[in-house]
Design a protein around this ligand. Structure first.
Ligand SMILES: [Fe+2]
Length: 357
C-alpha cells in the first residue's frame, strides 16, 4: 500500500484501509474501489489523503511507529480530554488523566519497541480532528526524538504527557481566531500566543501531571535563539522537553493541511526544520530529528535526475536523503532497484521531485 494525497486520487484506485470519521464511523471501507463521488467525499471531509493498494505498491509494508488501535484509542482520549476542559467540571483539571496515562505508557512502549522504524508522519486525518491527531503526532515524534537522545522511560512518559496536552490552552482562545483562514491581526496573534500560558495555568494544580510535563506545555513556543514566547528564554534556559516538543510541533503542523494552506511535502518540511538549526531549534534535537524522520517515506513516488521514476521501498538511518528506489516503467513496477546510499554508481544521481502516479 502507499499514501496518495487527496488531490491526486483517481477513479478505480482501491482503498487499503477503512477511512474512519470521528466517533469511529466508517466513511469508506477497506477494498472499496474509488469513484468520482467517493473521491468527492474524501475531499469534502478534508482528508489529506488515503492509503491505497495498487500494483506498484503491492509488496510495500508501511511500518507504523504506533499501531492503528493505539492511534484510535489515543485520539479518543485526547478528544475526551479537550472536551472535559470545556465543561463546567473541567474546572477541576484534566478529567481523564488516569486513562490518558495508559495511553502515554502504551505510546512509549510501542515507540521503544519499534525504535528502528523510520517515522512517516503523513497520516490519514480530516480537518475536524486536526487538534487530536496533531497532539498525538507531536507526542509520537517527541518520544522518538527522546529515544534518540537516550531519555529514561520515566522522562519519556513525562515528555509524552506534556506533548499530548501541549496545546490544551487553545480551548480558551476564540475558535474564530484559531480557525481563521486569512492572516491574523497583531491583536489576534497576541491572543493566540496566550495559549501556552493558559494551558500551563489550567494544568498547574493537577497533582497527577508532573512539573516537567507542565513546564513543557509552558515552553513549547520558546525559540532556541530567544525570540520565542511567552518568556523569550534562550538556549538551554528552555527546558529540554520544551525544546523537543517545539521541533515536533512545527514539523507536524507543516506536513498537515490547514484551513489557510496545503500541507508541505515531508522533504520540504525537513528542509525547513534544518534551516532552523541553532536559531529556531536546538541543533542536537535537529540532529536527532534528521536521523529518524523520513523526508521520502516508503511509498513516495519520486523522479531522479537521471529521468527514472520509482517508488521508495526503503530508508537508511545514516543517509535519509538517499533511499532505496524500485523503478517504475510506463506505470508498471519493474524488478530493478536503485540504492542511492550504497551503490556508488548512483553518486551523481539525486531525487529531483516527488511525483504523483
Ligand atoms: Fe502551541
Amino acid at each position: 500500500m502507499r499514501f496518495v494525497p487527496a488531490n491526486c486520487l483517481r477513479t478505480g484506485q482501491v482503498l487499503a484501509s477503512d477511512l474512519v470519521l470521528n466517533k469511529n464511523r466508517i466513511l469508506i471501507g477497506k477494498n472499496v474501489r474509488l469513484n468520482e463521488a467517493l473521491i468527492g467525499s474524501i475531499n469534502a471531509f478534508g482528508f489529506q489523503g488515503v492509503y491505497i493498494d495498487d500494483e506498484i505498491s503491492e509488496d510495500l509494508r508501511i511500518a507504523n511507529v504506533i499501531s492503528d488501535e493505539l492511534k484510535t484509542k489515543a485520539k479518543r482520549e485526547v478528544r475526551t480530554m479537550f472536551a472535559s476542559v470545556e465543561t463546567p467540571s473541567g474546572k477541576r483539571g484534566v478529567r481523564n488523566i488516569d486513562t490518558l496515562k495508559d495511553v502515554v505508557t502504551n505510546i512509549v512502549e510501542e515507540v521503544i519497541y519499534n525504535r528502528q522504524a523510520i517515522v512517516n508522519v503523513v497520516d490519514i486525518r480530516s480537518y475536524d480532528d486536526y487538534t487530536y491527531s496533531h497532539s498525538l503526532n507531536v507526542a509520537v515524534i517527541a518520544s522518538v526524538l527522546g529515544g534518540v537522545l537516550n531519555l529514561s522511560r520515566k522522562d519519556l512518559n513525562e515528555l509524552v504527557t506534556g506533548a499530548l496536552v501541549h496545546d490544551i490552552g487553545k480551548v480558551f482562545i476564540d475558535k474564530n481566531i484559531i480557525n481563521k483562514v486569512s492572516r491574523l491581526t497583531h491583536d489576534e496573534l497576541e491572543d493566540v500566543r496566550r495559549h501556552s500560558r493558559l494551558g500551563y495555568d489550567y494544568i498547574l494544580t493537577n497533582s497527577k501531571i508532573s512539573e516537567a510535563s507542565k513546564i513543557a506545555v509552558l515552553t513549547h513556543h520558546e525559540r532556541f535563539d530567544g525570540y520565542g514566547y511567552p518568556a523569550g528564554l534562550k538556549g538551554e534556559e528552555i527546558p529540554l522537553f520544551g525544546r523537543i516538543i517545539c521541533v515536533a510541533d512545527v514539523y507536524d503542523a507543516l506536513v498537515s493541511d490547514r484551513p489557510y494552506r496545503r500541507a508541505m511535502l515531508p522533504s520540504d518540511a525537513m528542509e525547513y526544520i534544518m534551516s532552523g538549526y541553532g536559531t529556531m531549534f536546538d541543533p542536537d534535537i535537529v540532529d536527532a530529528f534528521t536521523k529518524r524522520i523520513a523526508p521520502y517515506p516508503v511509498g513516495t513516488c519520486v523522479r531522479l535526475s537521471s529521468g527514472v521514476i520509482g517508488i521508495v521501498v526503503g530508508n537508511y538511518e545514516h543517509s535519509r536523503l538517499r533511499p532505496i528506489i524500485r523503478v517504475i516503467d510506463e506505470g508498471r513496477l519493474t524488478s530493478t532497484y536503485i540504492d542511492l546510499a550504497e551503490d556508488y554508481s548512483t553518486l551523481n544521481t539525486t531525487i529531483v521531485e516527488i511525483v504523483n502516479i
